[in-house]
Design a protein around this ligand. Sequence first.
Ligand code: ATP
Length: 428
Amino acid sequence: MRPNEIVEALRRAVAAAPDDVILRLHLAEQLLLAGDRTAATVEVATVIAADPGNERARALMTRALTADEPSPPAGRAPAPDPDAAVPIEPTDAGSTEFDWSAAEEQVGSGVADPLFGADSADAPAGGTAPAGSPADRFRIEPPDITLADVGGMQTVKDRLYAAFLAPMRNPELRARYAKSLRGGLLLYGPPGCGKTFIARALAGELGARFMSIGITDILDSFFGASERNMHEAFLVARREAPCVLFFDEVDALGARRSQTTNSFTRTAVNQLLIELDGIDGANEGVFVLAATNQPWDVDPAMRRPGRLDRTVLVLPPDERARAAIFDYHLRDRPLSGVDVPALARESEGLSGADIALVCESAAEVALLDGVRTGVVRDITQKDLRNGLRQAHPSTGPWLDAARNIVLFGDDDGTYAELRAYLKKAKRL
Ligand code: ATP
């Protein structure tokens, strides 16, 4: 059977059995071999939407998003196809698999890394080389939660859908509107309201890895080391693509360069800007998200187009969101007579993290009772109410600070969403 016929036969088979994941991935693989990366992406995205953790789908997505899809092996060259997006020439290569180790070796050796020279990944300046490869130093998590696990936050979910999910899942439309998969998003809002949580959920939704970087992972007072760390973070994220690269406390990392006295912080910011700009598609499949509690301290240069060019406010959860957060944190715990809607009503002002703590302390009390009395019991409404009484809403001080910024800071429209919220909450 000729390659085109194989693809057509597989298309028919998939149409007859749309839920057969193995068949669909087989079709995607054949499409990739035929050079039709767009059609392959559609098939893989369908699988990832249903099964974000599917490793084979993830690997295929990486190949589909990578410009240099390997040539097919000898004897399996596709017949010329006028519709194929990227025609593939037959070669003598014996394997259809991309040689990851050769590529990693090349990246690791710094060959493709003019910025830091050939020894870049192994010997940082200042002799502060951390042990192991760059990948060992950054925590990379496989997808574990999706947006369905995130309580409430509908506006934020809609923004993430428009910025990342819709373009990723509709490659044909993406091509038509020349929409790239690069560019990032800055999440801001009070502490504990789910910025990290939703970034992790986005990774799950995209079937992407989640790589979270805090400032301490990057900053190093030795000359040249901060830029190197930043560069390595991006190297690893690109290698792990599709990957959500999440920078926490980005205000500290990206404080206005003019205010920054530490040269190593300033150079880290500059390096971040260079990496965000990327070179020709280098960041394709790397979804950069950053979070801050103090967006007003973030270097405006970081918000230019192609960088962290969209700003999304993550607000304290409303009543519906609080109910969803209680549900999430109580879902695997034994309960008796728990009235979640009542708890949601009584927890005004609490953040997601505060609610997680209320559930945790109620579980602790029930557990200790069991230990003390020898009788195992469920968590009750009383336990949770006691937890609520002890909780201190942590969003208030942030909202007060935000009010001052909105009232007395420069108003270039950046905080319009925040202003509207404060007005509605009668804080302005
Ligand atoms: P910080 O600014 O302090 O880093 P954050 O905004 O990143 O905080 P998270 O770390 O994402 O907040 O949230 C803390 C915890 O609160 C999460 O691990 C999760 O357990 C819970 N949480 C927050 N928001 C939600 C939500 N919408 N649904 C379910 N759980 C949530």
